[in-house]
Design a protein around this ligand. Structure first.
Ligand SMILES: [Zn+2]
Length: 1035
């Protein structure tokens, strides 16, 4: 449950100490911080909505004032009302400062024994509450979702009730976001990690500027044991201060008896100790076995989004940018790395060494800070003014060359593309043996999983594609995210959407052989699938809790963000407008923070053609509302009519939204359909629109190469004309357009607009299809349905569906080779085809896979299975008892991570239930299988018939341990929930899933991914209800 998100459900779940203190102290004064905000023009101006009630503000609060203004019974009613979620913050000042019964630590009494007067008041009050609730409930559009009706007030009065610190004193702040009255200027951090005992001590010196008169400083800190705290104001004396802590919000505070005055500078120095984290965030320990089998330990950081506070006290929000000076004390046999180059190393008297790094030359957000203490080796190269280095554990040094070369090329590309040079003197890319995310863009010290950075000499192009795309993504962040940063996590897409878009765009130019276009197309399809659900959210969306911050790291921020940027770029009249606009944006906001509007304004301001286009107007329809449009086309004579509506997958037929988008609809027709010049554009920004087209035009294909973020329904006639054209000649459309038709027809079937017969007819006319994108999309969609039928044990249909897939793709499957293949596109095609073939137990495929595995085992390491075939070969092998054990022993000694992961996928695909239980438990324990791989293990187990119910039980039983490893809302948890539930399609499973997540309360029930899971099951159920009979008849 989201305890702090300001909606009505939170109030009953306030932490006990918050309720207990709900009226202990007076109502705070409202301070207009905005008035003085011009004093520091570089700091974000205050949004009046964000102006907070600050208890440590200029006016003193007097404890106990007016305590007798209300009689006890009235207080009791009021307390009950408070628990009902009603605001009393606007009541008269006489009532403001009363204490509640809670303040006396007595159990809350209700209105059960009140005086007659109070009784009347209470009854009246409850009637009002009930009526208001009814009115709200029946308001159109209000369905009491997680955000409730409309935007909840950010400064919900109940949040301004001050909680208790751990020492029992009142904590002077009650909100998630820090007050803007104090701004950090620089941090001086000394860390002394002890890798033998997995602890560290630290000293942080924070220089701050006071922006507004204030009697307290509030900052972040989590699980840090503060041992000494001193404070110095201006040129005054250094004196000891007490640091208060409010654990639920991971905040620290220092209160003062005298006001700190705007314009003053001050210094807070804190000594502290803490444990190295055993999860994947904060300052955490990681370990690996070296080539001799010895366990080696290291310490590394992962701060995004909310974990810098776990390593040192800081103002842990992206808008609080500052400079950092880092010193790390280490044993001589270790090395230390941080964002900046090392300035000097000093031997200490106790045999340790202190490395001091240069002070950051740029202002940066706390989440981008990083440091590592380990035993790594590196390869380096100069790229203009920057030394690029790739670090790994010593035995993998030879696997760093590809990354070094790729990073150097991409750095050069971005320096030129953005017309702003990368600002630091060094850029380190480090492969961390145990790392949860794919990679993290820390400024100057990018951290990666080994699989996303290291490739061997023999690695397949597909493995190189993975590495190159992750590097391209993280390097793009050095500009998008690091140089210009979103102001708050609600606009995370400004970081992630951009980096994702740039990763595909840069690779198309820098490494065209990697054929990244197919991958980007598939990514856009998946983004559409997810955004079609009611549980989706707007690209730029309100974020009020820590869990909601975690949840922003999802496909909407990354993939939809990238998709709408592609749509914008391809719809602008001049091919340089997009680039010029983003250069202007980066230059204008370099070193500061932005909102989505800042980006659109920069792009609008750049005029490169006479055709003026208001980009803000167009793009805000894509970032401020969830979902995307379904464009339906109909023709009458020379008139082409287009209409738009929200493509919303819902089982509730009554749900319609009035959302409208500003859509740059592109189209090609039978006279010219392949080259970019054929593309024509029609802007549809109303419910419907019309354009003219000669009647002689036989067919139209909308959304040329699927660069727009919408789905198209051609109507019976439109589909028939396209099918007719494709049956005669499949090459009348580009590969991307054919894949787009396949994706769209399946999506329309899921929406209930076309029957499954029509889907199969579209596939039929493409039976000669041999290109990667359309084939892989068709296979993915068919496998999805196959999986659902299989899990429902619709045995007859399953076997007939299998026959259909093999009949449709069989000849193409048989044409695939099992040798090394250079083309990425061909590798993608054959691995998709062969994985399907072998999973359907197609004889030829399984025989080939078995014999390849045999050769591999017997060769004693001299024979290598092509990278793209490893997964299918290991999966087939793992189905036999003997080979599963062989694979397991190989898994233990293989050091090359990409291969190791595919072995793990093989192991997890076993249908032997004892082994499934073993592999799930071992993944959770993290000894033989690293916990970072657990989401992958779970998703693989869920794919199999034997495993999907086991996995679901496993998740329910181990939920608390899972959320200890992966935070609630995090991408890992989102992925686990999706894997476990997306193949359910029955009412019984829906009930089970609903009951389990509902029972979690604050341990996860409010997650968006839970809503998504429930919706998906309902949609699966509906699809089955509608199509099972068709399938029975047809197949
Ligand atoms: Zn990113």
């Amino acid at each position: 449950m989201d305890v702090f998100d300001g909606n009505s459900s939170e109030h009953a779940n306030l932490p006990r100490n918050m309720i207990e203190n709900s009226m202990f102290e007076e109502e705070p004064d409202v301070v207009d911080l905005a008035k003085d905000s011009a004093a520091f023009p570089t700091f974000p101006a205050l949004d009046p909505d964000e102006v907070a009630y600050e208890p440590c503000s200029s006016r003193l609060l007097v404890r106990g004032l007016g305590e007798n203004d209300m009689d006890e019974d009235e207080e009791d009613c009021e307390s009950s009302a408070r628990l009902l979620g009603m605001s009393f913050m606007n009541r008269s000042s006489a009532h403001r400062s009363t204490s509640s019964p809670f303040s006396r630590q007595s159990p809350p009494r209700t209105c059960s024994r009140p005086s007659a007067r109070t009784m009347v008041v209470c009854v009246l009050f409850l009637v009002i509450v009930a009526s208001m609730t009814m009115v709200l409930y029946f308001l159109p559009g209000c369905n009491f979702t997680r955000t409730g009706c409309r935007k909840p007030n950010k400064t919900t009065p109940i949040e301004s009730i001050y909680p208790l610190s751990t020492n029992g004193e009142l904590f002077p702040w009650a909100q998630l976001r820090l007050p803007l009255s104090i701004r950090p200027l620089s941090y001086d951090l000394t860390l002394n990690p002890d890798l033998d005992n997995m602890t560290f001590t630290g000293r942080i010196v924070i220089n701050m500027a006071v922006l507004h008169n204030r009697k307290c400083i509030v900052l972040h800190g989590s699980n840090l044991n503060i041992t000494k705290a001193t404070f110095k104001l201006g040129d005054g004396q250094v004196h000891d201060v007490t640091v208060l802590e409010f654990k639920p919000k991971q905040q620290l505070a220092v209160k003062f008896s005298e006001e700190l005055k705007a314009g003053q500078h001050c210094v807070l120095t804190l000594d502290y100790s803490a444990k190295l984290s055993h999860t994947y965030d904060g300052f955490y320990n990681s370990s690996y076995s070296d080539k001799d089998g010895n366990k080696r330990v290291l310490a590394a950081t992962q701060f995004e989004p909310l974990s810098a506070r776990k390593a040192f006290p800081c103002f842990d929000e992206p808008a609080f940018k500052a400079t950092f000076l880092i010193k790390i004390i280490r044993k001589p046999n270790y090395m230390a790395l941080s964002n900046m180059p090392k300035a000097n190393s000093t031997p200490l008297h106790n045999g340790l060494v202190q490395d001091e790094f240069e002070k950051t030359s740029v202002n940066m957000s706390t989440y981008l800070l990083a440091f590592i203490v380990a035993n790594f080796t590196s390869n380096s190269k100069n790229v203009s003014e920057t030394v690029v280095s790739v670090y790994s554990v010593p035995e993998k040094k030879e696997h760093t060359y590809y990354a070094l070369d790729t990073a150097s090329k991409l750095l050069k590309f971005y320096n030129e593309f953005f017309e702003i040079d990368y600002p630091l003197k060094k850029l380190d890319l480090v492969a961390i043996p145990d790392f949860l995310a794919g990679a993290m863009e820390n400024w100057g010290l990018i951290t990666f999983r080994e699989t996303t950075l290291l490739v061997g000499k023999q690695s397949s192009p597909l493995e190189k594609q993975v590495v190159a795309s992750v590097i391209a993504h993280e390097l793009a962040h050095q500009w998008f995210g690091n140089l210009v940063t979103m102001r708050w996590w609600n606009d995370l897409w400004l970081n992630e959407g951009f980096a994702t878009y740039m990763q595909y765009m840069s690779l198309q130019t820098v490494l065209p052989k990697l054929d990244i276009g197919n991958l980007f197309l598939a990514v856009r399809f998946r983004a559409l699938d997810k955004d079609a659900l009611n549980s989706s959210h707007a690209v730029s969306t309100e974020v009020n809790t820590a869990e909601q911050v975690e949840e922003m790291f999802d496909s909407v921020s990354y993939e939809k963000g990238a998709s709408i940027l592609l749509m914008l770029n391809t719809s602008l009249p001049g091919d340089q407008q997009f680039r010029k606009g983003i250069i202007q944006y980066l230059k204008q906001f370099s070193g500061s923070n932005t909102d989505t509007d800042d980006l659109w304004n920069s792009l609008t301001q750049v005029e490169v053609s006479t055709q003026h286009q208001n980009i803000s107007e167009m793009m805000s329809s894509w970032t401020s509302q969830k979902g995307f449009p379904l464009v339906t086309i109909s023709r009458k004579g020379d008139q082409v009519n287009l209409t738009q509506e929200h493509f919303l997958l819902t089982t509730d037929n009554a749900t319609h939204t009035s959302s409208l988008w500003n859509i740059p609809v592109t189209y090609v027709n039978d006279s010219c359909s392949l080259a970019p010049e054929c593309r024509q554009v029609f802007t549809l920004n109303t419910k419907s629109g019309t354009f003219k087209l000669p009647e002689s035009v036989k067919w139209l294909k909308l959304n040329y190469r699927n660069t727009g973020f919408y789905i198209v329904h051609y109507g019976d006639e439109g589909w028939a004309a396209l099918k007719d054209a494709l049956s005669k000649n499949i090459s009348v459309l580009t590969n991307d357009d054919r894949a787009s038709l396949i994706h769209n027809i399946f999506a329309l079937s899921r929406l209930g607009r076309v029957s499954f017969d029509q889907v199969l007819n579209v596939l039929k006319c493409m039976s000669k299809e041999t290109e990667t994108s359309p084939v892989t999309e068709a296979l993915l969609q068919l496998n999805r349905i196959y999986g659902l039928l299989d899990k429902r044990q619709e045995t007859n249909i399953v076997s007939r569906m299998k026959k259909y897939i093999l009949a449709h793709f069989g000849s193409l499957m048989n044409k695939q080779t099992w040798e090394e293949e250079d083309s990425v596109s061909k590798q993608e095609l054959r691995s998709a085809l062969l994985q399907t073939a072998c999973s359907l137990a197609e004889e030829n495929c399984t025989q080939q896979a078995k014999s390849l595995f045999k050769t591999y085992v017997e060769s004693n390491g001299t024979f290598r299975i092509p990278g793209d075939l490893q997964q299918v070969v290991f999966t087939v092998a793992a189905q036999s008892d003997e080979d599963w054990s062989t694979l397991l022993s190989m898994y233990h000694y293989v050091t090359y991570d990409a291969e190791k992961r595919k072995m793990l996928q093989g192991l997890a695909s076993t249908q032997d239930t004892r082994r499934l239980v073993w592999i799930l438990n071992t993944g959770l324990k993290g000894d033989h299988i690293q916990t970072q791989e657990l989401p992958l293990v779970i998703s693989t187990v869920c794919n199999g018939f034997a495993g999907y119910l086991f996995a679901w039980d496993f998740i329910q039983e181990n939920w608390d341990r899972l959320i200890e490893k992966f935070p609630v809302g995090s991408f890992a948890i989102q992925s686990i929930i999706k894997s476990a539930t997306s193949q359910f399609s029955t009412q019984a499973h829906l009930d089970q899933v609903q009951a389990f997540f509902f029972s979690l309360k604050e341990r996860g029930s409010q997650m968006r991914s839970v809503q998504e899971a429930l919706e998906t099951i309902r949609l699966n159920q509906r699809w089955m209800d509608r199509n099972l009979s068709t399938l029975r008849n047809w197949l």
